[in-house]
Design a protein around this ligand. Sequence first.
Ligand code: KG4
Ligand code: ZN
Length: 343
Amino acid sequence: MSTDQLILALESSCDETAGAILRNGREVLAEFVASQVDLHRLYGGVVPEVACRAHMECLLPGVDKLFRDTGIKPAELSAVAVTHRPGLIGALLVGVTAAKALALAWDKPLIGVDHIEGHIAAAALAVPELTPPYIALVVSGGHTNLYLVREGSPGREEMECLASTLDDAAGEAFDKAAKLLGLGFPGGPRMEKAALGGNPVAQPWLNSCLPPDGQNFSFSGLKTAVLYLARGRAGRKGELKLDASGVRDAAASFQHSVVHALVSRTMDQARRTGVKWLALGGGVAANQCLRETLAREAAEAGLQTAIPPLRLCTDNAVMVAARASRLYQAGVRDSLSLETFAR
Ligand code: KG4
Ligand code: ZN
C-alpha cells in the first residue's frame, strides 16, 4: 500500500466545474476545469440556476475521468476535499453533496476548503519558498481582500483581513465595465485585451478606487465614470458613445486605475507590516498589467513575490487540493454534516 498522500478535490463555487487529484500536496496527477462561459454569455453574466445545472452535469463524469486518466482507485485516496465557502450557495451545494456522497461511499475523510484560502494556496503551490508572514492580495469576481498571513499551529496559518472592497469586487468591476463598453462576457480578459492598444491616462481616473480611509478599495465610482463616458447621462439605456479607439482608452484607463489601487494598497501594507513576501491570487491575478506592476514594485522594494501561473489564478480544483493537503496534514477532518456558506 502506497504511503503517498492523495487528495481528490472538487470545486463548484461559481461558474467553473473543476476536479483534481494531487499527490503529496505538490504533484498534480490529473485535473479538469469545465468552463461554463458559453452558457452564461447568452445572459451577459453568471446565472446561478444555469451554473448549478451545469455543475450537476459535469462533476461526476469529470471525477470518473480523473480516475481513468491516472489509474488511481478510490480506495487509494487519503481524503475527498471540496470548496464549501464562499460562493453561490446552490453551486456550492452541488459540489459539497457530491463530495459527501463519495466520501461516504468510499469511506474516506471529508475536508471542507475555504475558496479564498484555496486561491492563496495556489501561490504557495507555485512558489514553495513562500513563507509566512506575508501579505496576500486575493482579487476575484467575488472578493478583493488583503490579508496578513502568519504562521499559526502547524498547517493552520492565521489570516487577518487588513483591507477589502467597500462595494464591488475588482473582478465584478471588470465584468461590469466590459459590459458598458460593449465588450461582452467574460469581462476581465476582454478588458485586458482592449486595454492593450489604449492610453492608460486618457481619462483622469487614476485615484478613483482609493477611498479616503487610506486602507480599503472602492470600485463603484469608477464604474459610474465608465457608465457616463460610454453611455452618457441616459445610463445603461444609452447607446455606446465611444468609437473603437475611445473604448481602448477607456479600458486602459480603467485597468490602470484598478491596478494602481490594488498595488499601492498592497505595498502600503507590506511597508507597514514589514513582511518580506507578497502573494497574489484569484481570477483578476490573471491580469498581466497587475502581475507585472506588482512584481516590479515589489522588486523595487526588495520584496519577493509568489504569483501563480494563469491556470492557477482563475477557479480550479488544484488550489483546493493544495489547501486540503495542508489541512489533512494538520489533522483537520470534517463530518458529513459539513455546511455551505455563501459568505
Ligand atoms: O477567481 P475567479 O475565477 O472566480 C471567483 O472566485 O470569482 O475570478 C473570476 C473573475 C472575473 O470577474 C473575471 O472577469 C476576472 O476574474 N478575470 C480577470 C482576468 N481574467 C479573469 N480580470 C482582469 N483581467 C483578466 N485577465
Ligand atoms: Zn475564485
